[in-house]
Ligand binder design. Structure first.
Ligand SMILES: [Zn+2]
Length: 447
């Protein structure tokens, strides 16, 4: 049993309960046994949370971990220009490079307050080995809860798509590999550390048949669906030209709207699209830093929330936003909403909600993750807020969101520590850095 006490707590439960000076008790089953005001009377093993804020662990709902090996490239490109620059490099990925990139990316996420991450992997070079297994091993090494997706692309340039011909799979081959990944890795249990979702890449890199059959496959297997949608004007133009409809109308047509689906970005949405997402319970992974880095626009988050669209946060791949810091994404989400809709468009608590329970909902884990409530899994983050960067901002949630990225004093996944005093518990940051450096140089052929 672990007790954290003498700490400010933002539970992010339905009522938004907060304790200015409270305690949380974690049972031996890795779940929260008690939460409340004041000290915990028992003489258990205690963690003193003085100067800190305890929140649910942050949940990252969109990422491409392999991109850690290609950061800092195509810095001033549009999405399509950026992709066509990077596709040839990604064609040389292998399991060793993906494992090193995923170790670095997940280690960095843990240090930024993330306890659960998804990954969207859709590049499977023929002689690259088992890249999905490589990133799963990386997540086990860091200790994060992991929701990788088996992505896919089957629409290349010769058929009117964007990726080069050698980078895509055959449709049936992609579907079979996706089913095999679900059979091999997906754990449906409530305490699962590993769940798989089905994730064809985007309208401009995937055939209509793959979209339709992927949805049928996911529903037959009882797993979730993810893809990129409505990220740029170029994508909208592509859909209007190829399919004669908007991206959301296309998603509707191929069976891709529903409460088992979450879409990355959702930047270019008209009123009808937002209403349709809300009516169907289709989620959106909001990636404000990536959208800013690629200059794709600012998502209409206020309107999405007002239409009851489930929204979570994502850092997106490290090649399209080199910060990749989920804690910093809280502030970026708030700023993005306010740049569109003024200072009332989002407050600090709404931003924290997106990064926690909002993300849990997108991954279908809201009954077990995303808030500090008795019976939920003890995925928690203790943020240090008594240093120069935060002291004096009396509202602790405001200090976390409006202030600079806070140091993670302790991060727990199912009650097990993954970060302590700003350092990884299960892996060494220097080793991860040198492995990532080697992977980057080998991929770029500079070593
Ligand atoms: Zn993405």
């Amino acid at each position: 049993m672990i007790v954290i006490e003498n700490v400010a707590i933002a539970t992010v439960d339905e009522a938004g309960t907060e304790y200015p000076n409270g305690h949380v008790v974690i049972g031996d089953d890795g779940r929260i046994a008690a939460v409340g005001n004041g000290k915990y009377p028992d003489k258990a093993d205690k963690v003193d949370g003085a100067g800190c804020l305890l929140t649910p662990g942050l949940i990252n709902t969109h990422h491409h971990l392999y991109q850690w090996a290609t950061r800092g490239l195509a810095l001033d490109e549009t999405l399509f220009g950026w992709l066509t620059t990077l596709y040839p490099i990604w064609g040389r990925l292998d399991a060793e490079i993906v494992g090193a990139a995923a170790g670095a990316g997940l280690g960095w996420l843990a240090l930024s307050g993330c306890t659960t991450s998804m990954d969207h992997h859709y590049v499977f070079p023929r002689d690259g080995g088992d890249v999905l297994e490589a990133e799963i091993r990386a997540a086990q090494r860091i200790g994060l809860r992991f929701h990788p997706t088996r992505g896919s692309m089957d629409l290349s340039r010769k058929d009117g798509g964007l990726p080069p011909d050698h980078l895509v799979e055959e449709t049936d081959e992609a579907l079979a590999a996706t089913e095999a990944a679900v059979d091999r890795w997906h754990d449906p249990s409530p305490d699962a550390m590993l769940q798989i979702a089905v994730a064809p890449c985007s309208p401009f890199s995937v055939t209509t048949r793959l979209m339709e059959e992927a949805a049928v496959l996911a529903r037959r297997k009882g797993v979730r669906l993810h893809t990129h949608l409505a990220e740029t004007d170029d994508e909208e133009e592509f859909c209007l030209k190829q399919f004669g409809c908007t991206p959301v109308e296309y998603a509707d047509r191929v069976g891709w709207l529903g409460d088992d689906v979450w879409l990355a970005h959702g930047v270019h949405l008209d009123d009808a699209a937002i209403a349709r997402l809300g009516a169907t319970g289709t989620g959106v992974a909001h990636c404000p830093s990536s959208n800013a880095r690629l200059g794709t626009g600012a998502a209409r988050v206020r309107e999405l929330l007002d239409h009851r669209v489930p929204v979570g946060l994502g850092v997106d791949g490290a090649a399209s936003q080199e910060v990749s810091h989920l804690g910093a994404e809280l502030r970026q989400a708030l700023y993005t909403a306010r740049q569109r809709g003024g200072p009332k468009a989002m407050n600090a608590r709404e931003a924290l909600r997106l990064g926690t329970i909002g993300g849990a909902r997108l991954l279908g884990r809201q009954d077990h993750l995303g808030s500090i409530e008795v019976g939920k899994l003890a995925d928690l983050v203790l943020w240090r807020l008594d240093g120069l960067g935060h002291e004096g901002i009396d509202d602790r949630v405001a200090a976390l969101v409006f202030g600079p990225p806070a140091r993670v004093e302790l991060a727990l996944v199912g009650g097990r520590p993954v970060v302590e005093r700003g350092e990884l518990v299960n892996a060494d940051e220097e080793t991860l850095t040198s492995e990532a450096r080697r992977a980057h140089r080998r991929l770029l052929k500079t070593a």
